[in-house]
Design a protein around this ligand. Structure first.
Ligand SMILES: [Mg+2]
Length: 248
């Protein structure tokens, strides 16, 4: 029930006290979760893949092959399978997200060394911005030992504008998030492994850091930095350990 109540809010704010006028001059770091703050490719993505397929198969009463086709169609079209399931089949988003992420992350999360320490060193406010569900995101951050370092969590449940789901890379979503966080776009940075989301962020006027991950779809062979990427790193630690990450 608790999760359902949280869905009614625009985002889960963890540290309300930081929302002061002084924070406006600070930099806001928007961090993606999967393949940015932790490596999902070895254990978690296969679980999510399986969970999504099963959730689609059960909701539509179809076989696994059909469910897989539907899943990838909606993922490509809407950026999240759940959105297509809600739009075309009227499924309950909360029940669907719960079913598709119904596994224990604790034994599966792989963290970079001393991640909490490195993240704490980074000056500025930190906010999570993930197209994944809130319950899953919260569990992963807790397991990584960095949940308390985030001022607020934006998950797929919060990415609703005028009644429609608008996940990343929507520029409208990003503008909405910045308005809610009280930060102008030029003070905000999106840190991400997915290039399409970084392109969306640049359209909304944010600065961008590409965390290269070989397991990210469409990332292969992208050795060059696109014009909409300000900084490219090979891991989030590479960013956090810089003395002056992203000048200006
Ligand atoms: Mg990602």
């Amino acid at each position: 029930m608790r999760a359902h109540r949280q869905l009614l809010r625009p985002a889960v704010r963890l540290r309300r006290s930081r929302q002061t006028a002084a924070a406006v001059s600070e930099r806001l770091w928007l961090f993606d979760l999967d393949n940015t703050l932790h490596d999902t490719s070895h254990a978690i993505f296969p679980r999510i893949d399986h969970g999504m397929t099963m959730a689609v198969a059960e909701a539509l009463n179809v076989d696994i092959d059909t469910a897989n086709r539907v899943r990838s169609l909606y993922w490509k079209r809407y950026g999240a399978t759940m959105i297509g399931m809600v739009k075309h089949h009227g499924v309950d988003p909360h029940a669907f997200l719960h079913r598709s992420h119904d596994f224990d992350v604790n034994s599966l999360v792989r963290a970079e060394k001393a991640l909490a320490y490195k993240l704490r060193r980074l000056p500025g406010r930190k906010v999570l911005l993930t197209n994944a569900p809130l319950g899953y995101a919260r569990a992963v951050l807790a397991r990584l030992g960095i949940l308390r370092l985030f001022d607020s969590l934006w998950a797929i449940e919060h990415m609703r504008l005028h009644g429609e789901f608008r996940p990343k890379p929507s520029a409208a979503l990003l503008r909405y998030v910045l308005a809610r966080e009280g930060v102008p776009a030029h003070r905000a940075v999106l840190v991400e492994d997915t290039l399409a989301n970084l392109r969306g962020a640049r359209r909304a006027g944010l600065r961008t850091v590409h965390v290269y991950h070989p397991g990210t779809p469409f990332s292969r062979g992208r050795s060059q930095r696109p014009a909409y990427v300000d900084l490219r790193v090979n891991s989030v630690s590479d960013l956090l350990l810089r003395r002056r990450p992203l000048r200006g």
